[in-house]
Design a protein around this ligand. Structure first.
Ligand code: PLP
Length: 375
């Protein structure tokens, strides 16, 4: 059997180990320490966002952002439907109600027109949304400038889910720097990883101070342990932050490598198939976290994305359908939604191909040859 080709596996540079060793040598094995501060500075410098709090996960960052915006049980929060469930789960942790909004076909992210319709209808029902969560899915930025314009008009704060989009930008402005707050993830399969971790970033210091406070069990300033609020154990460990510092040294390089993977598929697959790709609109720059393709069986002699996926699986190659939209998930299907059919169609026809920055030319050849045989 050929060796396994993963969808998106961790890619260490070697530099991480020096930081981790330093954490051990100095006995900073705690959910705070110099690497946590250093990693936060690295994130601030890279994104251009003024303040960052390193946390235990992207999900935790989103949970804290919603808490700080005062989201409570019964409140409504607008959420992109075409995403990973981690975008929506924290809304439900708070007893609040996700209102799912479908995508537009150009970036596959939250449709601004549908967003505006949803806001108007919720306000007419006396249920003005407390926040809007657009996502930059697969690294492709959403139509964030339009979304912000609408959000400003109705005075609703935006939390950007940039978990998949570190290194992406629109007209030179980085994903994560548009919203009032933004969420990053360093889970094992993301463009860089701390094995598990996340961050909340914002230009407003008060949110980041408050996030650090809530993430360390909300301790009041007193010599004993005193609490006036419910806290969380959401801080990143100094060991994980050490891995993150090593990864930040190669982030630019990882983006370039992922983009090269995309370019390779783009160059070869359309030669023999009607496979379609997600293109960058003018001024958009995607980190190409995952290369995603659309295979319409009507254009491809009945070959579906499942035909391709199962065929790759036989060759020990991992691929995966696109995210199943939240409004089609059993656990979320009874929440309000504003749907135009775009994300459902993407889910039916879409596949994520192996996209790791550590894929070799031979790995990519194996994927391409396998698909070519099918066609
Ligand atoms: C990975 C991811 C998250 C959650 O991040 P974790 O660090 O895994 O909690 C949130 N949103 C999206 C779109 C993601 O891909």
């Amino acid at each position: 059997m050929n060796p396994k080709i993963w969808l998106s596996s961790p890619h260490m540079s070697g530099g991480e180990f020096n930081f981790v060793r330093e954490a051990f040598d100095t006995n900073w094995i705690a959910p705070l320490g110099p690497h946590v501060n250093g990693f936060e500075h690295d994130l601030e410098a890279f994104t251009g966002v003024k303040y960052a709090a390193a946390l235990s996960s992207g999900t935790a960052a989103l949970h804290l952002a919603l808490i700080m915006l005062g989201v409570q049980a019964g409140d409504e929060v607008i959420c992109q439907s075409f995403t990973f469930s981690a975008t929506a789960n924290p809304i439900v942790y708070l007893g609040a109600i996700p209102v799912f909004v479908d995508s537009e076909a150009e970036t596959w992210n939250m449709c601004p027109d549908l967003l505006e319709q949803a806001i108007k209808e919720r306000i007419a029902k006396g249920r003005k949304p407390k926040a809007i969560i657009p996502v930059h899915l697969y690294g492709m930025p959403a139509k964030i400038e339009r979304i912000l314009e609408i959000a400003r008009q109705y005075e609703i704060p935006v939390i950007e889910d940039a978990a998949e989009a570190l290194g992406s930008s629109v007209n030179g402005k980085n994903a994560g720097s548009f919203g009032l707050m933004a969420v990053l993830s360093f889970n094992g399969n993301k463009i860089i990883t701390t094995s598990g971790g996340g961050a909340l970033i914002s230009d407003e210091e008060k949110f980041i101070d408050q996030a650090r406070f809530l993430a360390t069990q909300a301790r009041d300033p007193a010599p004993h342990y005193q609490h006036s609020q419910i806290g969380y154990n959401y801080r990143m460990s100094n060991v994980c932050a050490g891995i993150g510092r090593g990864q930040m040294q190669v982030l630019g390089n990882r983006v370039a490598q992922r983009r090269k993977v995309y370019e390779t598929y783009l160059q070869f697959l359309p030669e023999f198939s009607h496979i379609e790709f997600l293109q960058e609109p003018q001024g958009y720059f995607s980190n190409r976290w995952l290369t995603t393709i659309l295979a319409d069986p009507q254009k491809n002699n009945g070959i579906t994305r499942e035909t391709i996926r199962l065929n790759l699986e036989k060759e020990n190659i991992e691929s995966r359908p696109l995210w199943k939209p939240m409004h089609l998930q059993p656990v979320f299907q009874n929440y309000p939604n504003y749907i135009n059919g775009v994300s459902e169609k993407l889910f039916n026809n879409g596949l994520c191909l192996p996209s790791g920055s550590n894929l070799t030319k031979d790995d990519l050849d194996r994927v391409i040859v396998n698909i070519k045989k099918l066609f």
